[in-house]
Design a protein around this ligand. Structure first.
Ligand SMILES: Nc1ncnc2c1ncn2[C@@H]1O[C@H](COP(=O)(O)OP(=O)(O)OP(=O)(O)O)[C@@H](O)[C@H]1O
Ligand SMILES: [Mg+2]
Length: 282
């Protein structure tokens, strides 16, 4: 399809179906389901961003290609990938989570891969026949840079993705072909403990930038999260929208909401509260 001027922003909000029809992403947004084990870190509120990112992940992973999500901290990269991997058929997919840190070594990565694969033929290894091993590498750029300027786990993974195999660490140093293994990863931009990664390694991935949620999406996330706290009763429920708006858009006078200050002198409610507090009320 030939993209015309102005189609870029349109693509952000719409999905092009095979029939050539545009469908708004927001029509795919499902109701929020709390995680079955109740873990706070696994909470993912469905928003347009989540639906779009999940579609990108499933398209790229479905084509058997490595995928990398890059974005600021708190943009839900880890939970979106985790949620997508959790939705895959457990009978045909084995998930291997590796959280990278500054102490992760290339031997740690190789051990994790070897523990999840088995020998198929003389020099071919892979997950049990009929299954696919998906490695989820979180915080990919955390490993420390050694004195030669190399991040060792990254150098090993570059070989692994590019040549689809590894060298055995035994005496023989024999080559092991790895079959049916796929990689998906997430990382934040360099800075702090995160290091710039070899661009030749990054070029092996389909890379997507995850933007911070828009105010509308943030409003949805906060409102859904506050739901169980305010219950179904009318009193607290009516405050929910105001609390969310005030958290997102800066503080307003709680009483009259006209002033941008937390309390404003023109608001009669604030004036009377202040006079009570200072004892000047007669
Ligand atoms: N739709 C959503 N968008 C953004 N964050 C969400 C959403 N739903 C829930 N969250 C919550 O936001 C928090 C941040 O998520 P997550 O840890 O996945 O971010 P991250 O991008 O991986 O950050 P980091 O780069 O620090 O690892 C989590 O607690 C998650 O539950
Ligand atoms: Mg993360």
């Amino acid at each position: 399809m030939e993209l015309k001027r102005g189609v870029g922003p349109w693509l952000c909000l719409h999905h092009l179906l095979a029939a050539g029809v545009w469908k708004a992403w927001k029509t795919y947004v499902e109701d929020y389901e709390p995680p079955s084990d109740g873990q706070f870190s696994k909470i993912l509120v469905p928003t347009v961003d989540v639906v779009r990112t999940t579609w990108l992940l499933s398209t790229v992973m479905g084509a058997g290609k490595p995928c990398l999500l890059v974005g600021e901290s708190g943009t839900a990269k880890s939970v979106t990938i985790g949620n997508f991997l959790g939705s895959l058929d457990a009978a045909t997919n084995i998930i291997l989570n590796i959280n990278f840190s500054s102490r992760t070594s290339s031997a740690d990565v190789q051990r994790a891969v070897e523990d999840s694969t088995e020998k198929r033929t003389k020099d071919t290894y892979g997950p049990p026949m009929g299954k696919r091993l998906i490695m989820f590498l979180d915080d990919l750029n955390m490993p420390r840079v050694d004195k030669y300027g190399t991040q060792q786990p990254i150098a090993l993974l570059k070989l692994f993705i590019e040549r689809k195999g590894l060298y055995d660490r035994g005496k023989e140093l024999s080559w092991k072909n790895m079959k049916d293994v796929q990689v998906v990863a997430g990382m934040g931009p360099p800075g702090g403990a995160r290091n710039p990664v070899d661009p030749r390694f990054i070029s092996l991935f389909n890379v997507f930038e995850i933007q911070f949620p828009s105010t509308d999406n943030l409003r949805t996330i906060y409102q859904v999260r506050m739901g169980p706290c305010v219950g179904r009763g009318g009193g607290w429920r009516c405050l929910q929208g105001r609390v969310v708006d005030d958290s997102l858009c800066g503080r307003r006078c709680w009483h009259c909401r006209r002033s941008s200050r937390a309390t404003c002198s023109s608001c009669p409610a604030t004036r009377s509260a202040r006079s009570w507090a200072t004892g000047s009320r007669t």
